[in-house]
Structures are given as structure tokens and as C-alpha cells.
Design a protein around this ligand. Structure first.
Ligand SMILES: *[C@@H]1O[C@H](CO)[C@@H](O)[C@H](O)[C@H]1NC(C)=O
Ligand SMILES: *[C@@H]1O[C@H](CO)[C@@H](O)[C@H](O)[C@H]1NC(C)=O
Ligand SMILES: *[C@@H]1O[C@H](CO)[C@@H](O)[C@H](O)[C@H]1NC(C)=O
Ligand SMILES: *[C@@H]1O[C@H](CO)[C@@H](O)[C@H](O)[C@H]1NC(C)=O
Length: 465
């Protein structure tokens, strides 16, 4: 273990004890070692653990690859960082908990097979999820953000620093949802422990017009959110031959008539495996109801939903993020101005939101765009698609925009989940900031939230009559 890990852990004694006892419990219990990571874990989409996207973190959760996070060249100095972060691991929503409970009841009452895992489910497992858990941040989710905070502080020590924190040059903003508020507090807590800061109360602001823009975009709500046909590809895929085959395979594993295994119940099995793993780090018996080819189908179903509801499927999905896009560049512009002409008022902006916040912004900026749309018909043709949410928006997913001042001007680096990425259609790791602004000039000069999101006046009149 790295010495910095030990330092961090020694300030987190209860956490260390919990971890150690878990390891000891495992060691004595698991004589017949089964893999601790389910084979289907990389396909969980927005329910993926961050560790599946950055596997080195499985051994050392505070590991940072310094050469990946380094400045574009040695003469560059970091000026500002904007991080747009998804909340950490959370409980399932009440709606999905109901589906999980239905599957559990069915399997308990009707499934028959001689497999150990079925006995585990029927005899040992208990339905411990309750509807009031409804999407709240779990303990693992707090740790996701605490650890992310420390890794970012290690990656950008001149920006995420004790001095900048105490000097209030770090701004913290969040969506109003409890899981996001809890996430930003956990992020701050991670920094406090890392620097041993005590007795200081840290502030954050709640801003839903930036972090939950999708709720406030009337056109999006009418054309997509409340529009049953907007997601028709998802509905068609639910009764596709691929989904049918998944239902048949699961029915046969459980020895339950195929007619009783709906696509909702197949999804419930996927949820149970993913939540048991994300929340409790367990490769649960539920994971045996599905294999990797089943998981690929379920992953595609989720990607279809995100594509049509948050991504390229409908133009308004992306455009609803115009205000967040402008906010980002306003911060970068301000920082470059301040750097040149005065003193930097802000070094860091931390903004916590949802997968639904990150995906539209990434799509607006042209990331992960496939040549042809994702549809119900072309599951097999989209095997190598770019738009794969498992890798893009796991729990604690993060977009980092880092502005540098270099000898030849300002440069902008972009990181997704702590990995550097080039801006779309430009094969350069750290473009001149001016070039990035040029690339997006059509958005900087347009992309007006009010204009895009307002409903035509006639619609109001019609509904008034
Ligand atoms: C860190 O990143 C570099 C690429 O910049 C890579 O070559 C190296 O293998 C990575 N180190 C580890 C431990 O993964
Ligand atoms: C949210 O942020 C935007 C952009 O910075 C700002 O105009 C707006 O006043 C803020 N809203 C609240 C409620 O703070
Ligand atoms: C609902 O979605 C369909 C398919 O995208 C679209 O043709 C239709 O115009 C939408 N309805 C509204 C009210 O926007
Ligand atoms: C996927 O299907 C759509 C229509 O359903 C089609 O327009 C598109 O070309 C297909 N994509 C591929 C990669 O075949």
C-alpha cells in the first residue's frame, strides 16, 4: 500500500476497521473462491462502479497515474479547473425496488434447480431494499466522492490545495437532490481529512437551473420526458428477438415458464446483481441469472434509453444543456482574464449533478457520437458503438476541464473519468484555448437556453381554451 493511502486511512479509523474486518470475513468464509467481481459488471451502464472504468483503483482507491494527469508540457501552469461530477453510488429508486421485490417473490416461490446459487437466493438472501431508500446516496457513494476528492487534489495540487480551499477560491455547487448534496459534502469531507482541516464550515450553493437544466427546459419536458413515442426504440427493443432470447435463457435457468419472465423481471435480475455489487461489493447469487451475452443486450437497452432521452436521439436533449455549457466557458474566460490582468479570484469549480447532467453536455460538445443512430433494429451492428454509458457515466463519473497557461498561450485539457481525451475531430491532447473556442463558436454565439427551451406561444393558447 502506498504511504499516502496509509496516511489517509489512519485518519479514517472506522473505515479501516470495517475494511479489515470485511477482508478477514472473506478470507475465512470463502473457501470455494468465486470471483469477487461479477462477469457482467462491466455492462451495468449508469449502475457501473467507478472501479470498473478505472480498474487500478480496485487495489488502491487513491491511485493516481501522474503521467496521465500531467500538464501538456513542463512550461505550463494550471490556472483553473472546472469539474462536473455525477453523484456517487446510490440506492435503487422506489420503482425499481418494486420490480426487484416481484422477481424475488417469484423466484422464491416458483424456481427449481439444483444449483447452489438458487439455494442461496431461496434460503439465505433476504429482500432488504425498502421503498424509502428511493435513490439515496449509500455509504459506498460517500466514499466514491471522498476518494475522488483526494485523487483530484493529488492530480492538481496547485489548484485543489489547502490554501485555495481556505482562501475560498474553490466554489462548490450542487443539484438540490439529496444524493447530490450528500455527494458534495462527502467531497469536501475528503479534502478536510486529507489536509487535516478542522472546525471550518464549508459552503456549497444549490443551483438546479445549471445542474438539473432538464427539468426546467419546457420543450424537453413536452417533447421527450412526457412523450411516450420519444422512446419508442426502447419499447420496440423490449420485444426484440434479442430480448426474447434473454428471457428464454433466464426462464430455463430458473425452470420457470417463459411467459412469466417479462423483460421487466429480466431487468430486475440485472438490478439485483448490480446493486448488491455496487453497494455491498458482493458477487451475489443473483448474478447467475444472466450471462455476458444477456448483459450485452440489457446494456444496449439502457444505452438506447439514454441515447433517446439524454443523448443524440433528439436535438433538444443536448440543447437543454446550453446554460451549463455557457457557464463552463464563462468560468474559463473569467479565469484567463483574471490571470492576465489581475488576481485569480477562483481556482476551482466543483459542480455535482446527475448522469442526466453529464450526458447532454457531452453530446452537445460532440463526444461519443456514432455515425448512425442507435435503434431497436441494429443491436448487432452497434456492437462497437461509441455511445456506451458503462464507460461514460458510472457512479462518480467526472468531466474535468483544466485551463493551463503555457509559453504559447492558454491551453485546455479535457479528462473523462480521470483519463485525458481529445475534443471531437481534433487529434490533440491539449488544444490552445482559442482553438477550442473557435471549434465551439457556433455554440458560444448561439445555443440560447431560453430560445431552445421555450414552447411556442400558440401551444399555451390552445391549452388555455
Ligand atoms: C500511466 O499512464 C501511462 C501513459 O501516460 C502509461 O504508459 C502507464 O502504463 C500508466 N501507468 C500505470 C501504472 O498504469
Ligand atoms: C445559477 O447559476 C447561474 C449561472 O451562474 C446564475 O445565473 C443563477 O442566478 C444561479 N441560480 C441560483 C439559484 O443561484
Ligand atoms: C413526441 O415524439 C415523437 C417522436 O420523436 C415526435 O414525432 C413528436 O412530435 C413528439 N411530440 C411532441 C408533443 O413533441
Ligand atoms: C441502424 O438502424 C437505422 C434505422 O433503423 C439505420 O438508419 C442505420 O443506418 C443503422 N445503423 C447501422 C450501423 O447499420
Amino acid at each position: 500500500m502506498k504511504s499516502s493511502t496509509l496516511q489517509f486511512l489512519s485518519r479514517n479509523r472506522p473505515f479501516v476497521i470495517a475494511t479489515l474486518s470485511m477482508i478477514m470475513f472473506r478470507a475465512s468464509y470463502c473457501k470455494f473462491t468465486k470471483p469477487t467481481i461479477p462477469a457482467i459488471a462491466p455492462y451495468f451502464g449508469t449502475k457501473c462502479r467507478y472501479e470498473e472504468v478505472n480498474p487500478l483503483l480496485r487495489d488502491d482507491i487513491l491511485f493516481v497515474n501522474k503521467s496521465l494527469m500531467a500538464p501538456p508540457s513542463p512550461d505550463c501552469r494550471a490556472v483553473h479547473l472546472v469539474a462536473v461530477i455525477r453523484h456517487g453510488t446510490r440506492f435503487p429508486t422506489a420503482k425499481n425496488i418494486k420490480k426487484m421485490a416481484r422477481l424475488y417473490d417469484l423466484v422464491k416461490a416458483e424456481a427449481t434447480s439444483a444449483d447452489w446459487w438458487l439455494e442461496d437466493i431461496q434460503r439465505k438472501w433476504r429482500m432488504w431494499y425498502t421503498e424509502e431508500m428511493d435513490g439515496k446516496l449509500v455509504k459506498k457513494g460517500k466514499n466514491d466522492l471522498r476518494h475522488l476528492a483526494v485523487r483530484l487534489a493529488k492530480s492538481f495540487p496547485s489548484l485543489i490545495s489547502k490554501e485555495n480551499l481556505l482562501g475560498e477560491r474553490m466554489e462548490f455547487m450542487t443539484s438540490s437532490k439529496h444524493r447530490c448534496v450528500d455527494s458534495i459534502k462527502a467531497f469536501q469531507e475528503g479534502l478536510h481529512k486529507y489536509w487535516d482541516v478542522k472546525g471550518v464550515d464549508f459552503k456549497h450553493s444549490v443551483n438546479d437551473s445549471l445542474m438539473r437544466f432538464f427539468d426546467q427546459c419546457k420543450r424537453f419536458v413536452e417533447a421527450v420526458e412526457n412523450n411516450k413515442t420519444a422512446l419508442k426504440e426502447v419499447e420496440i427493443f423490449k420485444s426484440s428477438k434479442e430480448m426474447d432470447a434473454v428471457r428464454r435463457r433466464m426462464a430455463s435457468r430458473l425452470q420457470i415458464p417463459y411467459s412469466q419472465i417479462t423483460s421487466d423481471l429480466v431487468e430486475a435480475a440485472f438490478f439485483l446483481c448490480s446493486y448488491e455489487f455496487a453497494i455491498k461489493s458482493e458477487n451475489s447469487a443473483w448474478c447467475n441469472l444472466l450471462d455476458e451475452s444477456d448483459a450485452e443486450v440489457l446494456e444496449y437497452k439502457n444505452d438506447l434509453k439514454q441515447y433517446w432521452k439524454r443523448g443524440y436521439g433528439h436535438d433538444i436533449n443536448r440543447k437543454s444543456s446550453c446554460s451549463l455549457f455557457h457557464d463552463l466557458f464563462r468560468r474559463l474566460d473569467q479565469a484567463s482574464y483574471d490571470y492576465r490582468f489581475g488576481e485569480l479570484a477562483k481556482a476551482v469549480t466543483i459542480q455535482v449533478g446527475h448522469a442526466e447532467t453529464l450526458l447532454p453536455l457531452l453530446s452537445l460538445m460532440g463526444f461519443f457520437r456514432d455515425e448512425s443512430p442507435l435503434t431497436a433494429e441494429n443491436f448487432s451492428l452497434q456492437h462497437g458503438r461509441k455511445f456506451r454509458t458503462s464507460g461514460i457515466v458510472p457512479y462518480a463519473a467526472n468531466l474535468l476541464f483544466v485551463l493551463y497557461e503555457c509559453s504559447d498561450g492558454f491551453r485546455l485539457q479535457f479528462f473523462l473519468n480521470e483519463k485525458p481525451m481529445s475534443f471531437p475531430n481534433i487529434n490533440h491532447p491539449a488544444l490552445l484555448y482559442e482553438a477550442v473556442r473557435n471549434q465551439y463558436s457556433y455554440l458560444l454565439d448561439g445555443c440560447d437556453f431560453k430560445k431552445e427551451c421555450e414552447l411556442p406561444k400558440v401551444t399555451f393558447k390552445k391549452t388555455e381554451l
